[in-house]
Structure formats: structure tokens, C-alpha cells
Design a protein. Structure first.
Length: 139
């Protein structure tokens, strides 16, 4: 299993909307950056993703599971980009803010900090566990 971080502006697609999409989940589409799209192509069914609210909130709020691997993005008329389908798995007890992530010496190499504009990024298992721990203690 691999771990990822996916970003969404909550006024466009919020974690609450993701939860409401239920068992069928929702299509993660609209990614037009080639590096992010390549990350979508690498996702496998069962992989877990942190759900990050960008622009508003700037925090990791929950976890989704990949339930369908990459397929042509129905919103892309050029047919160059892909989408995946994700389903709600868990809401974090305490959201983990970008501010607190940046304060953590252990997370200084996290792609969220190094490539802040990238909307889909891999997360190392070590970083995944650190962030999960941060969410339990309310940092």
C-alpha cells in the first residue's frame, strides 16, 4: 500500500462533501499538472490519501481510500489527464495545520512543504505515521 496527499479547495470540494459522497465515493478530477497527474496514475486500489484543505484552512482534515485506479478524466477534453475515484475512510480527530507541519523538524522534507503548489503527492510511510500521531494529540 502507498500513501498520498491530495489537495482540494474547500469552497470547490470539501471534506464534508467527500463524506456525503458515500460508498460510491467521488471522482478526483481536474488535475492539470503533469507531475500530479503522474502521481494519480501511480495510485493503486486500496491506497490511502490524506485530504488537505488548501487555500482556506490549510490543514489535513481526513483520509480517503482509492477505490478505482486511474482512468481518463471526464473533464479533460484533450484526453491527456486522468482521474481516480476515492471514498471517505476517516475524519482526523484534530486537523493538522500546515503551520504545525512546518514547525515539525521531522517533516521538513515533506513534499507539502518542498512542493507547495503540487496538488497530488506521495507521502512516505514515516511521514504518514508522524502526521497521524499529530492528529491524535491535537497539534
Amino acid at each position: 500500500m502507498s500513501y498520498w496527499l491530495i489537495k482540494s479547495e474547500p469552497d470547490v470540494w470539501s471534506f464534508s462533501q467527500q463524506i456525503q459522497s458515500g460508498k460510491k465515493g467521488s471522482i478526483w478530477d481536474g488535475v492539470r499538472n503533469y507531475q500530479a497527474a503522474n502521481n494519480l496514475r501511480r495510485m493503486k486500489k486500496g491506497d490511502l490519501c490524506f485530504f488537505y484543505h488548501s487555500n482556506i484552512g490549510k490543514e489535513i482534515v481526513g483520509i480517503v481510500r482509492v477505490i478505482e485506479e486511474a482512468f481518463m478524466d471526464p473533464t479533460d477534453k484533450t484526453k491527456k489527464f486522468v482521474a481516480v475515484r476515492v471514498r471517505f475512510k476517516a475524519k482526523l480527530k484534530h486537523p493538522v495545520s500546515l503551520e504545525n507541519i512546518k514547525k515539525s523538524e521531522e517533516l521538513k522534507e515533506l513534499p507539502l512543504i518542498r512542493q507547495s503548489r503540487l496538488s497530488v503527492m506521495p507521502i512516505d510511510t514515516k511521514y504518514w505515521k508522524i502526521i497521524l500521531n499529530m492528529s491524535k494529540i491535537g497539534k
